[in-house]
Ligand binder design. Structure first.
Ligand code: HEC
Length: 221
């Protein structure tokens, strides 16, 4: 009987019955798997930087905060997928070159990123090109039905009454600098001027007009 034990029975006797050794071996196997799966160990450059992409200025950043606070991302994505129906729809002006879908390098200064997943409204990643008019956005935010008959988007009239918190935006910029966004002291000081007398609505419009602005293909001169 003893000789007829197969490989697995022997393995069981040798290793699996020894609780401690088995635990150590399993841990080692999982650690090796983890190392292999973790990209930072093997990829020096995960995201190709796009040189034209610049950090948000103070007003745009304040608008980004409003966008998060109001939960706009619950209905809007900011990521154009590489499908023809999507690139056709979100690059009507042919402003983004031969591959007009979103690239990782566009989001390097986004903490947190606001890709979203619910596409109730249109994707906003190319809004600077698709709707470049601040006046249109103001009308639309105050009453979406006025510019877009039948729209189910909620109205946000109070955004144009609420003032911005300049110190909060500056603190936000300092925090982002700690995360690697290259803000200078001048960029942060500029918040005083950029935000003075502006409303949350002005800020969110500045933010919308920044979306996709840096990656538009420049006209040859
Ligand atoms: C309940 C879902 C919903 C929420 C929340 C929402 N939207 Fe919308 N949004 C839509 C829909 C649907 C449309 C398309 C109809 C229209 O133009 O109003 C739209 C359209 C837009 C457009 C025009 C896009 C284009 O290119 O035509 C902008 C800009 C926009 N929304 C910004 C915002 C902002 C900023 C917020 C937050 C303050 C917000 N939305 C919140 C549903 C939503």
């Amino acid at each position: 009987m003893e000789n007829q034990k197969n490989f697995y029975e022997k393995l069981n006797e040798k290793v699996e019955s020894k609780g401690f050794a088995f635990t150590v071996l399993v841990t080692v196997a999982i650690l090796i798997g983890t190392l292999v799966e973790l990209p930072p160990f093997f990829l020096t450059k995960q995201v190709e930087p796009i040189e034209s992409v610049k950090p948000y200025n103070a007003l745009e950043l304040a608008g980004r905060d409003v966008y998060q606070k109001e939960g706009c991302f619950n209905c809007h994505t900011q990521m154009i997928r590489p499908f023809k129906w999507e690139t056709d729809r979100f690059d009507p002006n042919k402003a983004y070159g031969p591959d007009p879908y979103s690239k990782a390098g566009e989001y390097v200064y986004d903490h947190p990123f606001l890709w979203g997943s619910k596409r109730t409204g249109p994707d906003l990643a190319h809004e600077a090109s698709i709707r470049p008019s601040a006046a249109w956005h103001k009308k639309h935010l105050i009453n979406p039905r006025e510019t877009s008959p039948g729209s189910i988007m909620p109205a946000y009239p109070w955004l144009f009454e609420n003032e911005l918190d300049i110190e909060q935006t500056k603190a936000n910029m300092r925090a982002l600098r700690a995360l690697g966004v290259p803000y200078t002291d001048e960029d942060i000081a500029a918040a005083d001027k950029l935000l003075k007398g502006k409303t949350e609505g002005d800020a969110v419009i500045a933010y919308l007009l920044k979306l996709g602005r840096d990656t538009m293909v420049q006209e040859e001169e």
